[in-house]
Write a protein that binds this ligand. Structure first.
Ligand code: CP
Ligand code: NVA
Length: 327
């Protein structure tokens, strides 16, 4: 993997390797062996963010630091991507100083443009179209909680947005079936769905889009939702709140899923809007595991693009362990 711009570009094998390495670095952190491990020593990583962030910013800063590197945060006021300076000029300048760029932008094209021009790896930290790092942490959470992905069903209720698009790729490539329930007009991007369906034909995952939340959630193993008004869509807030009124994940909707189903949300949540307190704080909620896993999966992504030899070794160790366990 040279960059991580879209999960569509990541092979099923590389996605499995990202999961294996995330688990390895997670285990090392809890065993406190991590301080000996500094694969990013002397590497500087720019975090170029046009939008606010808690989880993505903090987890990438901690991940870079714990891997021995130096994070540099550049917030919305600083760079003026495409306004103060062109995306390609910024990418060329940065390539002279730093070793990777983690970028959160309004337009997906800005991250894609950085990746086309930069001579260093570019990681998508959320765009209007995708949130690939989130999806890696999410499938890690499902895998940990349920022990497998193949044969399980994830229901996504709400907006067919960036988070939903990346989850469709992740599910399709790992054999996890996914049912999306959204109001008419808020379906996931048609080209994302087509590419995910092509990947699903190989993995055996079943993908479906419906307008009925109950149909999507019925007997699901995991129920996911996200905000109705994503960053950059604030001008559509009123009509969106109206359109999504029947797409709230509450106790009665959760009760349609399997009794052991987990509840997931990328966060931040608008409590009372897309999800009730009862579900967010309930026994089935795995949202804090999910948030924690952003850290471990951020390390895996950084290693994949910045230290591929270390990444390959850790992935092979993870695979050997899985084989031993299943054999
Ligand atoms: N889930 C997520 O990306 O959170 P932040 O917007 O706080 O980074
Ligand atoms: N869909 C949300 C995700 C935030 C992590 C947004 O883009 O604002």
């Amino acid at each position: 993997m040279k960059h991580l711009v879209s999960l569509n570009d990541v092979s099923p094998a590389d996605l499995q390797a990202l999961l294996a390495v995330s688990r390895k670095v997670k285990a090392a952190r809890s065993a406190k062996t991590a301080p000996l491990f500094r694969p990013l020593l002397n590497a500087s990583v720019a975090l170029l963010f046009e939008k606010p962030s808690l989880r993505t910013r903090v987890t990438f800063e901690v991940a870079v630091t714990e891997l021995g590197g130096h994070p540099i945060y550049l917030g919305p006021q600083e760079v003026g991507l495409g306004r103060r300076e062109s995306v390609s000029d910024i990418a060329q300048n940065m390539s002279r100083w730093i070793h990777a760029i983690v970028a959160r932008t309004f337009q997906h094209e800005s991250v894609a443009g950085l990746a086309r021009t930069a001579r260093v790896p570019v990681i998508n930290a959320l765009t209007d179209r995708e949130h690939p790092c989130q999806a890696v942490g999410d499938i890690l959470t499902i895998l940990e909680r349920r022990g497998r992905l193949k044969g399980l069903t994830l229901a996504f209720v709400g907006d067919g947005n960036n988070v939903c698009n990346s989850l469709l790729y992740a599910a399709a490539k790992t054999g996890l079936s996914m049912r999306v329930a959204c109001p008419p007009g808020f379906e996931p991007a048609a080209d994302v769905l087509a590419a995910a369906r092509a990947a699903a034909r190989i993995s055996g995952a079943r993908l479906a889009v419906t307008h009925d939340p109950v149909e999507a959630v019925r007997n699901a193993d995991a129920v996911y939702t996200d905000v109705w008004v994503s960053m950059g869509f604030e001008s559509e807030a009123a009509p969106r709140r109206q359109a999504f009124e029947f797409y709230r994940v509450d106790g009665p909707l959760m009760s349609r899923a399997r009794p052991d189903a987990i509840f997931l949300h990328c966060l931040p949540a608008r409590r009372g809007e897309e999800v009730t307190d009862e579900v967010m704080d309930g026994k089935q909620s795995a949202v804090l595991d999910q948030a924690e896993n952003r850290l471990h999966s951020a390390k895996a992504v950084l290693l994949a693009v910045m230290a591929p030899a270390v990444f390959g070794k850790l992935a092979a160790l993870g695979r050997r362990k899985t084989r031993r366990r299943s054999g």
